[in-house]
Design a protein around this ligand. Structure first.
Ligand SMILES: Cc1cc2nc3c(=O)[nH]c(=O)nc-3n(C[C@H](O)[C@H](O)[C@H](O)COP(=O)(O)OP(=O)(O)OC[C@H]3O[C@@H](n4cnc5c(N)ncnc54)[C@H](O)[C@@H]3O)c2cc1C
Length: 426
């Protein structure tokens, strides 16, 4: 008899895993609290197509993709604008979120996964530290493996006993609270970059953007720790001064959501359980991108599940190991930069932009020259208040290669626990 796998939540990684595992002959049921038609945000986001190639999933058709526009970055008091890279990114493409969800759901359905909508997951049922079933509004679904793709606030992750070792709560200070909306374009002209991003915009700890895409004006307001309508209104009013084409009429979106802007959880499996996507904080902490990591993770999970017999924590280490082996450097680097920017505060970020410590090379990549390093050294030394935020970066840069080298190849409880402790302390 084939093994029973239940997926809680139609997160991207969960749907991708359902498709891949059903294709391999597992008996897969996915439960999602919402109706199918309402799934996916009402806007476009960026994705790298390599994740489809890596997992063997069908990529979205070219007709649904548009090249990603590169961002220009402003410091908090808007005295410096770091221009975008000249060329558009060839690896990242914009896609409608609703289309992407449907594209993945179709593959899951065609592979034979059972999809149940309007069915809310309440929590995991456990025997000791082993997850044995999912409790839903419609009853209990026993399973050999429960895949948790229910997002940042997953009730499944939150219901696990502490002894399972998976972090249950994602702290508000590690969460970017967002408002995203598409407004009408008034047609007014303004000498501003079409895709402008702001750090600590209007004094708010976070990251905002305004993007004129030719048809609408796309606005993101992102705030650490919490967001209020007042924060959103202040940002919109300021944007309307600098970007007069930003109209008042809301055309799409207008939704509040959350992004777990922290490095991926140190442990995201236990006996009979594996988290994927936002429920495991599989996010690039600086950009807030999570779709690629989630879809890639579905590939690692599928490989680990195929090789497993009891879905024990030890067997599922292959999933965590593959995830960290492939993505560790990127996640840690991005986490470090995010922490430096957020801990520095707006005055220091202003100084770093103005004194060319933060340049296009930090934000867009590029080789540093001797002159660049000179600017950075003098910039930092003449801004002593920035040093407490920068100093941990020196220590963390030294730890990072060690974490990559010491990642255990096979499961050894002591070695894995030591590695996870070092990773958590990074
Ligand atoms: C404003 C914004 C912009 C973003 N931009 C990008 C971008 O450009 N590129 C990128 O890669 N990422 C981006 N992200 C992040 C991206 O949305 C997530 O990382 C990605 O969706 C992965 O999350 P997920 O699929 O795991 O979870 P989610 O998208 O949160 O999906 C979770 C699913 O589980 C369901 N669910 C929750 N609770 C239950 C329950 N109790 N029972 C049943 N079902 C349940 C939900 O209804 C939902 O369908 C952005 C996020 C936001 C908010």
């Amino acid at each position: 008899m084939s093994k029973k796998i239940v997926v809680a939540g139609a997160g991207h990684g969960g749907i991708a895993a359902a498709a891949l595992l059903a294709r391999k002959g597992f008996d897969v049921t996915l439960v999602e609290q919402n109706e199918e038609a309402s799934l996916g945000y009402d806007w476009r986001d960026c994705i790298q197509l390599s994740c489809f190639e890596e997992t063997g999933l069908e990529p979205p058709p070219q007709s649904e993709l548009e090249p990603l526009r590169n961002l220009s970055y402003f410091n908090p008091r808007k005295t410096v604008c770091i221009p975008p890279r000249k060329e558009c990114s060839s690896v990242s493409m914009m896609i409608e979120r609703k289309f992407l969800v449907q594209h993945l759901l179709r593959q899951a359905r065609e592979s034979g996964a059972e999809l149940r909508f309007s069915c809310r997951a309440k929590g995991a049922i456990t025997e000791g530290t082993r997850v044995t079933a999912l409790e839903t509004d419609d009853g209990v679904l026993p399973c050999d493996l429960l895949i948790d793709a229910a997002g940042i606030d997953s009730p499944v992750r939150k219901s696990l006993p502490a002894e399972c070792g998976v972090l249950r709560e994602i702290a508000p200070e590690d969460t970017l609270f967002t408002y995203r909306a598409l407004y009408e374009d008034t047609g007014e002209s303004a000498d501003m970059p079409i895709y402008s991003a702001y750090f600590f915009h209007c004094g708010n700890k976070g990251f905002n953007w305004v993007f004129r895409d030719g048809e609408t004006v796309d606005v993101l307001v992102g705030s650490f720790g919490g967001i209020t309508p007042q924060i959103v209104q202040t940002a919109l009013a300021d944007f309307r001064t600098d970007h007069p084409y930003l109209g008042e009429r809301l055309l799409r979106g207008g939704a509040y959501s959350k992004i777990p802007l922290r490095r991926t959880l140190p442990q995201f499996v236990c006996d009979g359980y594996a988290a994927i996507g936002d429920s495991a904080a599989m996010i690039e902490p600086l950009s807030g991108s999570g779709m690629v990591l989630s879809i890639r993770a579905a590939g690692y999970l599928c490989d680990a599940v195929e090789a497993a017999s009891t879905f024990s924590r030890a067997e599922l280490w292959a999933y965590e190991q593959a995830y960290f082996r492939r993505n560790l450097h990127h996640i840690l680097h991005s986490d470090m930069l995010k922490d430096v920017l957020m801990q520095m505060g707006e005055k220091n970020i202003d100084a770093m932009f103005e004194k060319k410590v933060i340049t296009t090379k930090e934000l867009n990549g590029g080789k540093q020259t001797a002159a660049d390093l000179w600017h950075k050294a003098t910039g930092v030394l003449t801004t002593p208040s920035s040093i407490p935020a920068l100093w941990p970066m020196v220590r963390r840069s030294r730890t990072e290669p060690r974490l990559a080298i010491t990642l255990p190849k096979t499961y050894d409880a002591h070695a894995v626990a030591a590695w996870q402790k070092a990773y958590a302390a990074f």
